[in-house]
Design a protein around this ligand. Structure first.
Ligand code: 1HE
Length: 268
């Protein structure tokens, strides 16, 4: 049976489901700059574990307030005075949430603004498309806080911008923003207006693809990056065997053949 996902299940996230299958998930601790406490991480695990089988066709990850996410809840971390083992388990829950996002097969598009820092950048780097606005800035302040990344930055941020830049960000507190951040790969879009509006538009476009195709795009590519080239090529052939013969694709192929389907054209 398909799992039920309802807005009432969450208190640190807002959930809005649109008729076209686009879900808007909003980080909802603006007074704490959307810092990630353990409750929020557990809500992200629940949401992103169940969303693929609950009918989500694309998800916009947005944020209340002026900042996308201030990373680890430093106050909770200070108050809890965790043991090494406790914090290791906290990090494993972060990985659970972020892996569900990256490997879940549903396109996730982040509408960034303000601070995307520390664990906030780890969260953002787990989604498939990042849209930045003019206020967005990226940093890894762990170095200055006496901490280290624990939510996947060593894998995903290093993958986006390279290890040398990541090390520099952590050692010196370097901040990236604007076109430079885009050029480095921290986000794919930079907008003049609202990152949310553009993220929603992109989500709507992605939601119009066949779900099985999106599943492959938003799961298989990440898995294949973890494989040897030989195994990845094999897996690609198997995935394409399933996706490219799906019955639902036949109508789209027929539309191309009878010339009713849109052609690919350069941007005007
Ligand atoms: C927080 C947090 C937080 C704000 N944990 N409560 N991340 C950082 O090192 C970033 C820390 N935050 C900041 O640098 C700034 O707060 C911001 C640049 C994000 C926003 O600045 P501003 O001036 O708008 O807000 P503020 O006055 O600093 O904070 C407003 C409130 O949010 C205040 O709470 P209040 O109850 O006193 O009103 C802050 O305490 C609270 N707040 N950020 C808890 N992060 C798996 S390992 C991951 C490791 C990391 O992520 S380390 C990086 C942590």
């Amino acid at each position: 049976m398909a799992p039920q996902v309802t807005a009432e299940q969450f208190s640190n996230l807002k959930l809005e489901k649109h008729d076209d299958g686009v879900w808007v998930v909003t980080l909802n601790r603006p007074t704490k700059r959307n810092a990630l406490n353990l409750d929020t991480i557990e809500e992200l695990v629940t949401l992103f574990t169940n969303a693929p089988r609950a009918g989500a066709k694309a998800i916009v990850l947005a944020a209340e307030g002026d900042h996308f996410c201030a990373g680890l809840d430093l106050i909770e971390h200070h108050d809890e005075d965790r043991s090494p083992a406790d914090f290791m388990h906290v990090c494993l829950r972060w990985h659970e949430a972020f892996n569900k996002m990256e490997y879940g097969g549903v396109p996730v598009i982040a509408a960034l603004k303000g601070a995307v820092v520390g664990g906030g950048l780890e969260l953002a780097s787990s989604v498939h498309i990042r849209v930045a606005d003019q206020s967005t800035y990226f940093a890894l302040p762990e170095g200055q806080r006496g901490l280290f990344t624990g939510g996947g930055a060593t894998i995903r941020v290093a993958d986006l911008i390279g290890k040398a830049r990541m090390i520099d960000m952590m050692l010196t507190g370097r901040v990236y923003q604007g076109q430079e951040a885009i050029d480095l790969g921290l986000a794919q879009y930079l907008v003049e207006g609202s990152s949310f509006d553009r993220a929603l538009e992109l989500a709507q476009r992605a939601a119009a693809n066949l779900p099985l195709t999106n599943f492959a795009i938003c799961s298989a590519i990440s898995h294949m990056q973890n494989m040897s080239a030989l195994d990845a090529a094999y897996a690609e052939a198997v995935v394409a065997g399933v996706v490219n013969t799906q019955p639902d694709a036949r109508a789209r192929l027929a539309a191309f053949a009878d010339k009713t389907a849109a052609r690919v054209r350069p941007n005007s």
